[in-house]
Design a protein around this ligand. Sequence first.
Ligand SMILES: Nc1ncnc2c1ncn2[C@@H]1O[C@H](COP(=O)(O)OP(=O)(O)OP(=O)(O)O)[C@@H](O)[C@H]1O
Ligand SMILES: [Mg+2]
Length: 470
Amino acid sequence: MTDRDKQVSLSENGDESERILIVDDDPSMRTALMETIKRLGYSVQGAVDGMDALERIARFRPWMILTDLRMPRLNGLELIKEIKARAPHATIVLMTAYGTIETAVEAMKLGASEYVLKPFSMDLLERVIMNLRAGRDEGIGTGLPAQQTENRAILSQDPGMVRLLSTIEGVASSQATVLIHGESGTGKELLARFIHMRSPRAHRPFIAVNCAALPDGLLESELFGHERGAFTGAVIRKIGKFEMAHTGTLLLDEISEMNLTLQAKLLRVLQEREVDRIGGRDPVSVNIRVIATTNRALYREVEQGRFREDLYYRLNVFPVTVPPLRERVIDIPLLARHFVSQSATRNGLTPPALSEAAIAHLQRLVWKGNVRELENVMERAVLLAGHGPILPEHCPLERSHEAMAPPVRDPHPANGSLWEMERDLIFKTLARVKDNRTHAAKELGISIRTLRNKLREYREGERPASINAP
Ligand SMILES: Nc1ncnc2c1ncn2[C@@H]1O[C@H](COP(=O)(O)OP(=O)(O)OP(=O)(O)O)[C@@H](O)[C@H]1O
Ligand SMILES: [Mg+2]
């Protein structure tokens, strides 16, 4: 947690991401905007001009500032410059009239995220806020156009992979649902972003939901959103990821981990193209392109009754399998050099040379964690090598490999202490990775399913007779 975050959570204003400041010298416009935004569930303040706005930003700390252009004292453009200097992370939206469109472009260069042309409907405003919110949650759209933050190159010389990339490029421009299958760390998410960036939706939101990272109930409200008061604790209306991804792309990461009930609800969304907010009256229609990833063979999950067959067919429109790194060793030198230079640059070092011996060594390894593991190993190698060339001894595999080997089990745990140790370890790991189950499972070297079962076991207070009870 940074100092800034701390201040925010300690302030009495509540969650920063719920606050919006309106800046407009026209009182009736200001009031109308404030009411609309309040109705959306945000906490809102109004400023009468640029100077007033600066004072309020310091105290109120809004995540978003919606400002008019022509105002006494400090006008919209001057205000944007000041905000960028004082609160660079705030999202700025400029309201502008038709005749001043050049000024809007100027505003974007100064750091505004978006502009709306007057007169605009309150529906449009809601959409704009929703999209900015979505981008912010994903860490994109913070002033930079999505492309600059997201367009990461996919490197490969492997003929199979190159062929896969060109087929994907073809399907990107369509609306087709893409199902990406591959081992952990093979680049599934990278591919999903690539598809989005090459699609006509490139400038619309890209929203990723990790289906394994959240407990079932939370995942549902994350996806579907809820109305204010839909259940205890639902104090504001929450827009779900389906709606956030409207006009853009929704990535359903680790889809195999979604439970059967939610699978049925997802199927309905994909068929009807509409979403029922929890506690909502009318369905909301959504226009989304779906990409799903899985590291399990989904048809096997269908066979075993863990995944709905109808949903499988709906997702499997354009299936893609990303080969594991050990099946494309030809890519290893290319990727290794790339990661070496990336890591050196990040650390302000001159990229060290990669010795032939190191390359040969890297090509012999199994890479259970695939490209991500190679990335981590090379990052460490740069630091270990210092100024000299990178040698095999600078490239030890990650510890997770040892953890992936079956743990030594004690058939007679003394007083369940092993069980307790395991439980403590799991909770500590979860705390460290901020409850991200995917990361926790990876660190612990167990599958997400195992982690989930363990957590259920702890919740139900069950204590197995032995630690390796199935
Ligand atoms: N071909 C590639 N070229 C460059 N970087 C790559 C390539 N493939 C993967 N990477 C990098 O490797 C890392 C892992 O990729 P990514 O997160 O897309 O994998 P994943 O398959 O989604 O993994 P997981 O199943 O663990 O979620 C990322 O940092 C990504 O940028
Ligand atoms: Mg992933």
